[in-house]
Design a protein around this ligand. Structure first.
Ligand code: UDP
Ligand code: MG
Length: 326
């Protein structure tokens, strides 16, 4: 670490932290950094960039490290392994010191030229989060845009947080809201819902979107079920986190009474001399529905337990190997 001179003026407070998770983006990183630099250098905004290398297997870390060594306003964080985009974003946010925090992708799909506009909007003070909306999304229609449309519709409908595009990484936050998002797993898609849990005021604004020129997208159709599971969790968190008994108790009581009624009916039949041994299909259906409900509730409970585990011990869901310019 650099030794501070006693007579040195304190550094100007950082207004903006730009957090960028990167996983195998060696070709994109240098281009993105010089693009951000040329966009912001004449704007007199005191900013820092925090790049989180999420266990890349190419030369991404070397690129980051080199850049950070010669640019003091760039922090480069190196993870031990691949913890996922959400966790990498959270680590970057943990280390951010700006009054506002921007998150963006490291693959040149988001446009740094939107950043001054986002900052200006949030500084008006009406919102705590402003989310980018990709009006003209440049991704594959069938594999990406269609599932995302369905997901956007479901999230909007089921969580009651009304945005048109939840999946755009380009967003700006008041720092205190970003720091308490509690991102891990693949929850970055639900950031607006997580922010709303804190009572944040959220609005959205159209941003530019470019197609990927270098490297590959890390996601495909295989995440559909994971997104659906996270969606169930978000509904639970929005509605029942502080009163889980209302959900599980309510469903439990209803099912229990249904069972009692059916059993009384069967008892009646039996006493009237009928054979009540049902069809195998009925048994299967019963087991499946009950099993399904059990899996879902156990899933939600273990997730809540997991959060308690990490939060009560201030444990991190990531492990850092090295930081340049901490
Ligand atoms: N990313 C990451 N860890 C991962 C997967 C992705 O840090 O495990 C980063 C990736 O390098 C990029 C951003 O997250 O900067 C978005 O990823 P990608 O472009 O693959 O997603 P898409 O734009 O296709 O939704
Ligand atoms: Mg991308």
């Amino acid at each position: 670490m650099r030794q501070k001179n006693k007579y040195e003026q304190p550094a100007m407070a950082i207004k903006l932290s730009i957090v960028i998770p990167v996983y195998n983006e060696e070709e994109n990183v240098p281009k993105l950094l010089s693009w951000i630099d040329s966009t912001l250098k004449n704007k007199s905004i005191p900013y820092e960039i925090i790049l989180v290398n999420d266990g890349s297997t190419d030369n991404t870390w070397l690129e980051l490290k080199q850049y950070a060594i010669s640019n003091k306003q760039v922090k480069a964080i190196n993870f031990y392994g691949n913890f996922g985009q959400s966790t990498a974003m959270m680590a970057g946010i943990d280390y951010a010191s700006g009054e506002y925090i921007v998150t963006m992708d490291g693959d040149l799909q988001n446009d740094p030229e939107d950043i001054p506009m986002l900052l200006k909007l949030i500084e008006e003070g009406e919102n705590d989060v402003i989310a980018g909306e990709r009006l003209n999304r440049q991704d594959k229609a069938l594999a990406r845009k269609l599932p995302s449309k369905v997901a956007n519709f479901l999230i909007r409908w089921l969580t009651g947080v009304r945005l048109r595009d939840y999946g755009c990484t380009l967003k700006i936050f008041r720092s205190d809201i970003a720091k308490d998002l509690g991102l891990y797993g693949e929850l970055h898609r639900f950031i607006p819902v997580l922010a709303r849990l804190q009572g944040a005021r959220i609005s959205q604004v159209p941003v530019k979107h470019h197609s990927r020129q270098f490297g590959k997208s890390k996601y495909g159709l295989n995440r559909t079920l994971r997104v659906a599971s996270d969606l169930l969790l978000m509904i639970f968190m929005r509605k029942y986190l502080q009163r889980p008994m209302h959900l599980f108790g309510g469903v439990g009581i209803a099912i229990f009474f249904l069972g009692v009624v059916i059993n009384l009916y069967l008892l009646g039949l039996k006493m009237a001399g009928h054979d009540i041994w049902g069809k195998p299909l009925l048994v299967l259906a019963l087991l499946l529905t009950l099993g399904g409900i059990q899996f879902i509730t156990i899933g939600i409970f273990s997730e809540v337990q997991m959060r308690t585990y990490y939060e009560s011990q201030k444990k991190k869901t990531y492990k850092i190997k090295e930081i340049i310019n901490e």
